[in-house]
Design a binder for this molecule. Structure first.
Ligand code: AHG
Ligand code: MN
Ligand code: MN
Ligand code: MN
Length: 291
């Protein structure tokens, strides 16, 4: 086990630090799964996504290693119906492989995690920490805890490359999922304005697109669709953890009306419209679309 990323204080801090270390230490095995388990498994996950063998492999390895941590009570993921249990006190919810449709074209892919004080489904206000890994040109990890966001490059050693990640004041990039014809009229009008002001950065994996926003400032959204008002992205596994990170970095999150962290999922796999980025842009979105 590599050295912990930070000196923990309480038992909960120690467990959070072990979860972060375990996910960081698993990166090379996830990369191996991406490189070798590339076929469609022929199954779908609880929210109806087709599953790649790499999705299932990543889910298995995280379940085994995360539940192997003493202080962890449950493991939940977008790839499995039920919450897996052990004894312990904290609850880990994951998107084991984000951007699996990018596997074939070898574009951005990652892992998203949230550490909750209560068993999911539970509100984002119960998050103690959240983060994501990007299996990119280098393997990097962004972690938010205690109101601070840090970025690491993973490898033989683990190096802090930014110990205070904050969304830049002036926005530069935007990425909107779903496609123009699928949006509501209000969002389409908002998108028309934004595309004249900012540069398009949309790559099909939210961890990479949101890391662009954390790096350059801007907005990422997978909004409500005419055909699917709840949007595409999962609140427990994608929305809340990424909102926790962006808000800790000084940005805002919204489902169109309020912070994603103030929502209370009834269902473990429920979806949410998702908008993340500079507070000024999210405020504008909410006032212009008034959803
Ligand atoms: P996952 O691969 O975990 O299912 O997540 C993919 C998500 C998200 O990462 C990305 O922003 C979005 O789906 C892309 O959706 P489209 O392919 O519809 O653009
Ligand atoms: Mn999926
Ligand atoms: Mn995902
Ligand atoms: Mn996924």
């Amino acid at each position: 086990m590599s050295k912990s990323l930070d000196a923990p204080a309480t038992q909960a801090d120690r467990t959070v630090a072990q979860v972060i270390d375990t996910i960081a230490d698993a990166a090379s095995d996830v990369r191996t799964a991406i490189a070798t388990e590339r076929e469609h498994s022929g199954t779908v996950n609880p929210s109806g996504d087709e599953q790649l063998a790499a999705d299932l492999r990543a889910d298995e390895l995280f379940e085994e290693r995360i539940l192997g941590i003493d202080g962890v009570a449950t493991y939940a993921s977008e790839e499995r119906e039920e919450v897996a249990t052990s004894d312990g006190r904290l609850h880990v919810a994951m998107d084991p492989l984000d951007g699996s449709s990018n596997l074939e074209p070898n574009s951005g892919m990652g892992t998203i995690f949230g550490v909750y004080s209560e068993r999911p489904p539970t509100t984002g206000r119960n998050l103690l920490a959240a983060g994501f890994v990007i299996y990119g040109p280098v393997t990097s990890m962004v972690v938010a805890r205690d109101g601070r966001v840090k970025e690491y490059v993973l490898g033989d050693d683990r190096r802090v490359v930014d110990d205070d990640v904050t969304v830049p004041e002036d926005p530069t990039v935007f990425g909107f999922g779903g496609g123009v014809d699928s949006w509501t009229d209000d969002f389409r009008t908002f998108a028309e304005e934004i595309r004249r002001e900012l540069k398009l950065r949309y790559g099909g994996a939210m961890i990479a697109d949101i890391n662009q926003v954390l790096t350059y400032g801007g907005i990422f959204a997978y909004p409500a669709l005419q055909s699917r008002p709840e949007g595409k992205l999962r609140l427990q596994f994608e929305g809340q953890p990424m909102a926790y990170i962006v808000e800790a970095a000084g940005g805002r999150s919204s489902n169109g009306e309020q912070s994603l962290l103030d929502l209370n999922p009834d269902e473990l796999h429920e979806r949410t419209p998702l908008h993340l980025g500079n507070a000024s842009l999210i405020d504008r979105l909410e006032s212009e679309t008034g959803q």
